[in-house]
Ligand binder design. Structure first.
Ligand SMILES: NC(=O)c1ccc[n+]([C@@H]2O[C@H](COP(=O)([O-])OP(=O)(O)OC[C@H]3O[C@@H](n4cnc5c(N)ncnc54)[C@H](OP(=O)(O)O)[C@@H]3O)[C@@H](O)[C@H]2O)c1
Length: 334
């Protein structure tokens, strides 16, 4: 079974690492002492729809622990990817495969720049993970991992299968990552609402904000001829229309598409709560940059970047749907 190091183990790294360890992989978590101290005594991974596992994993703050791993999975937030790549470059041999298990569309390339001697693969996590208690991580929604379809992905695919963790090799990872980014445009709206995801998405006013952000993104992606993969039962181009349906109809349809734990929130909310910088530049910021490149306007995503920046600086992050819609330039919901 594969020897796996998780670099930057937080919510995603601890949950995925715990599941892979439960499936028999030899897993070492590398992360901050505040997190590693909690998991050293035992890691509990739970999920919405299946069994839970208590596993023992090696946990350290020392990047050198990645040196002997066959597979290194990077799970830092996007702003820390370049620094993670530099730390790994100092310790990894040329035979290692590095997997970016992060949101956004540029992390794998950032790692490729820092790690020219290693094979770097892009992967995508569709589900949410929340830390429920010290050393306890919970998968709060569903979906299967996706990874570049290359021979180097075989050890991770095998480890996932042993852990009964669904993973799909894909030949169109850039389109998968753009598809995920369009869905992740809700992270900022969720963080600014201050509500759990299920409560936020149950309100049409918030969904109208998301639909407007998605419409802008889809327009710029089409203008740039960038493909976008369908990751849910609903094709991305129909999602804005679905989002703007009245609450009762939307919640009936949404229940069929995705199950969400009522307590789950976006990781951007976690970042604001912990007073850490968010990934806004790699989500809404990416759409603003793309719109600028193709000569289109992106006022809604631009405004969301500004509101999240203000929230990072201690500003408002308990918008009602109506307040957020007004801040983004919409009128009242009819
Ligand atoms: N959480 C989710 O539900 C979810 C779902 C899908 C995708 N994602 C994506 O997955 C990625 C990881 O998200 P996450 O929520 O797991 O983030 P997270 O909980 O913040 O975990 C990342 C951890 O890496 C640590 N770290 C950063 N640089 C490090 C370094 N050089 N050495 C050791 N540790 C380091 C961070 O510590 P500091 O905070 O001290 O820097 C943090 O504890 C992001 O791209 C996110 O968008 C998250």
């Amino acid at each position: 079974m594969a020897t796996i190091a998780i670099f930057g183990a937080g919510a995603i790294g601890c949950w995925v690492g715990g599941r892979l360890a439960a499936g028999g992989a030899r897993v070492t978590l590398i992360g901050r002492s505040r997190v590693m101290d909690e998991v050293r005594g035992g890691l509990r991974v739970t999920q919405l729809d299946g069994p839970e596992a208590d596993v023992a994993v090696a946990a350290t703050t020392d990047a050198a622990a990645a040196a002997g791993a066959e597979l290194v999975i990077v799970t830092v937030k996007s702003a820390q990817t370049a620094a993670a790549g530099a730390e790994l470059a100092a310790v990894l041999g040329s035979g290692a495969t590095v997997v970016s298990l992060q949101n956004g569309v540029r992390n794998a390339d950032t790692l490729r720049g820092a790690l020219p001697a290693q094979r770097v693969l892009a992967a995508m996590v569709p589900f949410n993970v929340v830390r429920r208690a010290p050393g306890a991580y919970h998968r709060a929604s569903q979906g299967k991992l996706m990874i570049d379809d290359e021979p180097a992905s075989a050890p991770l695919i095998e480890a996932c299968r042993a852990a009964r963790l669904a993973i799909e090799p894909r030949r169109d990872m850039p389109a998968v990552q753009w598809g995920k980014l369009v869905m992740n445009l809700n992270n900022a709206i969720n963080a600014l609402s201050g509500l759990p995801l299920a409560a936020e998405l149950s309100q049409r006013a918030f969904r109208r904000c998301l639909a407007a952000a998605q419409r802008e993104a889809l327009g710029s992606l089409a203008a740039a001829n960038l493909a976008i993969a369908r990751l849910t039962a609903i094709p991305p181009r129909l999602m804005p229309r679905l989002l703007t349906l009245p609450d009762a109809i939307f919640s009936r349809l949404a229940r069929r598409v995705v199950a969400i734990d009522p307590h789950a929130r976006s990781s951007m909310w976690d970042d604001l709560e912990a007073r850490r910088p968010t990934e806004i530049d790699y989500l809404q910021g990416e759409i603003v940059a793309l719109a600028d490149r193709v000569g289109r306007a992106a006022p809604v995503n631009r405004a969301l970047v500004a509101l999240v920046r203000a929230a990072e600086a201690g500003g408002k992050r308990d918008y009602t749907g109506g307040e957020l819609a007004a801040a983004l330039g919409f009128g009242a919901v009819t």
